[in-house]
Ligand binder design. Structure first.
Ligand code: PHB
Length: 359
């Protein structure tokens, strides 16, 4: 019998111009360990430890000071940040890794004291996020044009910092997602109303970033059913099918979908809408699945074609050598949630590896 080996997490794959060594992707993870929004040495070690991933997608990184929402998250809008990220990209490349920078603007999801000069955060509409966030002001058209330019500048800076590509963060209730979904977008201009108008900002941002990088080094992250940050939409299936159909001709490096929901006790909101995995069938390009996968379910998703690659978040926090552990069927370290956000080296660069790296 002619046995054809099924594709799995270890089958090499072409992602745009890069041949990845495996399909085990490190998901973007906010860790709140930069200082003054500038990456530090400990951040370099953290990323270098994880360079055996087929691709690292960095933590969300602010395109501007206005794009920041949380303490100690990094940016990519000034020279010091570019220099600091350069050390990280060099460290990952020295271990034969690949690394994309995630471009982030939080919109209304900004804690008190984070915005410069006590300015309010910005959003498509002046609707406050639940919780300890500041009341935002609604963006004017000229503000929107400026933010698109900020994305372009940030994309330029990412190129200067030596990244292999960028991921546009349009998920999880941050600025682009606030435009997409109608719980947070009540505008009556060309950026609000029907889903064509609500997607306009996303496509402008993509156009600006693609102009810098070329489409084959730009990825996009969406979370069509994630209710985190108070998000919902009256017809998410129609909205996101429209968005994904519009992505097809762009030939991006990949589409990265957070399936289901995160940070919510009540999953029924996500499960009562539609199944985000159905977007796989609408998308003609490379699909990265995310959220709650383990080795078995990821291999199955790849073997059956419901994903091309799978990204892992928590598992990469606690298992820097996750690909090797999957290969050997080794035990996995558990993630310490107390050290997930902020703090020092503990719970950041001290998770044990099977073969410790000399870094
Ligand atoms: C988080 O801080 O938990 C977080 C940040 C960015 C995301 C998702 C979650 O996109």
């Amino acid at each position: 019998m002619n046995m054809i080996k099924e594709k799995d997490l270890f089958s090499p794959i072409q992602l745009g111009q890069y041949t990845l060594k495996n399909r085990i992707i490190m998901a973007p993870l906010t860790r709140c360990r930069a200082v003054n929004n500038i990456p530090i040495e400990m951040n370099r070690i953290y990323y270098q430890q994880r360079a055996s991933a087929g691709l690292i997608i960095t933590e969300g990184t602010q395109i501007s000071q206005q794009g920041a929402g949380y303490p100690n998250t990094p940016g990519i809008y000034n020279h010091k940040q570019i220099k600091a990220w350069q050390k990280i990209t060099e460290a990952v490349h020295a271990r034969d890794g690949r690394i994309f920078l995630q471009l982030w603007h939080v919109g209304r999801v900004s804690y008190p004291g984070i915005q410069p000069n006590e300015e309010p955060p910005v959003a498509p509409s002046a609707i406050k996020a639940e919780g300890d966030y500041v009341q935002p002001r609604a963006l004017e058209i000229y503000d929107i044009d400026e933010i698109v330019l900020d994305y372009k500048d940030a994309a330029d800076n990412a190129l200067a910092a030596g990244f292999d590509g960028v991921e546009v963060h349009a998920a999880n209730g941050y600025l682009i997602d606030q435009f997409l979904r109608d719980a947070t977008n009540k505008r009556d201009d060309k950026y609000g109303g029907d889903y064509k108008n609500r997607s306009r900002f996303l496509f402008k941002v993509l156009e600006a970033v693609i102009a810098v990088w070329g489409s084959d080094r730009v990825g996009l992250r969406l979370s069509p059913t994630n209710s985190f940050n108070g998000m919902s939409d009256s017809n998410p299936e129609a909205l996101f099918k429209y968005v994904v159909a519009g992505l097809n001709p762009l030939n991006l490096a990949y589409l990265h979908i957070l399936e289901g929901s995160i940070h919510v006790a009540d999953e029924s909101i996500a499960s009562s809408s539609f199944d985000a995995r159905s977007l796989r069938d609408v998308y003609t390009g490379t699909y990265i699945a995310n959220n709650g996968y383990n080795k078995e379910s990821a291999n199955q998703a790849i073997a059956t074609g419901s994903a091309d690659l799978v990204s892992f978040g928590d598992l990469f926090i606690s298992n820097p050598d996750l690909p090797e552990r999957f290969l050997q069927n080794a035990a996995l370290n558990q993630t310490d949630l107390d050290t997930r956000y902020g703090g020092d080296e503990k719970g950041y660069i001290d998770y044990p590896m099977l073969e410790p790296l000399a870094i």
